[in-house]
Design a protein around this ligand. Structure first.
Ligand code: AMP
Length: 248
């Protein structure tokens, strides 16, 4: 069985994000970019399934500018077998990404798509659900454990009240939560090997998808600054301060 893993190139999670002065978006020039952390978890899970013998091939796909090939190389240095780059410069909404992924799924015919529950740049948490709807495939979102049976997959999901386990027919869409696994580091030899792994390239129009935006961003602003805290000596002083501040 083949697993397709969509991986997005996003601002590195360690970078302090700055909003552009005109409020039209966030500053991307000269900013360190990395693979979306939830997608790294998705790659790791696909690799563990391959190591167990359930999966034969792990294919990473990224939609973005030429530099998104670096994101594919990261996935391949972890162990993905090959990459697909769908070239697009500029913003893409989750619906456009889902439509492109649908065309890749129809071509590649994977038994599973494992992807991040959300991209940490736009925090949309929409693409997996939209892809499942477009393909009419079952979905297991926010997965913290996967177990593959014969033509089925059991997905343990992190829900508000605890854990929910569902059983899906395959092919299916899985989106990863933080506790699914701890991704491996790519070793130097594997980073070198990844340079030789193939990346096929296409554009969004070649996938037959119109990516023109349907949403308009009205403005992007910095979060309000946190007020500085003060240290109190004991609980009594804390209660007094909270009363003075009108908390209760
Ligand atoms: P989102 O719905 O934008 O929060 O993204 C959820 C997941 O969809 C991500 O974790 C990725 O697995 C996938 N995804 C979103 N955008 C892209 C992209 N441009 N290229 C590849 N995968 C993507």
């Amino acid at each position: 069985m083949k697993v397709l893993v969509p991986v997005k190139r996003v601002i590195d999670f360690n970078v302090a994000v700055r909003v552009k002065t005109d409020g039209s978006g966030v500053e991307l020039a000269n900013v360190k970019m990395s693979i979306n952390p939830f997608d790294e978890i998705a790659v790791e899970e696909a690799l563990r399934l391959k190591e167990k013998g359930t999966v034969t091939e792990v294919v990473a796909v990224s939609i973005g500018p030429a530099q998104a090939s670096e994101t594919l190389r990261t996935a391949m240095a972890m162990g993905a077998d090959r990459g697909i780059l769908i070239r697009h410069d500029g913003e893409l909404e989750p619906l456009a990404v889902a439509k492109i992924l649908k065309s890749v799924v129809e071509e590649e015919k994977p038994g599973l798509v494992i992807m991040g529950k959300q991209a940490i740049d736009d925090d949309c948490n929409q693409t997996g659900q939209m892809l499942a709807a477009l393909l009419n495939w079952p979905q297991g979102t926010f997965a913290s454990k996967l177990e593959i049976g014969d033509g089925h997959i059991q997905v343990t999901r992190e829900v508000d009240g605890g854990l929910q386990t569902i059983d899906l027919d395959m092919p299916a869409i899985i989106t990863t939560d933080l506790r699914l696994n701890e991704p491996r580091y790519a070793s130097l030899p594997n980073i070198m090997k990844a340079r030789k792994k193939p990346i096929a390239e296409k554009t969004a129009p070649e996938c037959g998808v119109d990516v023109s935006p349907r949403l308009k961003i009205l403005g992007v602003s910095e979060p309000s600054k946190r007020r500085t805290g003060t240290r109190v000596a004991n609980a009594g002083e804390l209660v007094t301060k909270l009363r003075e501040a009108g908390v209760f």
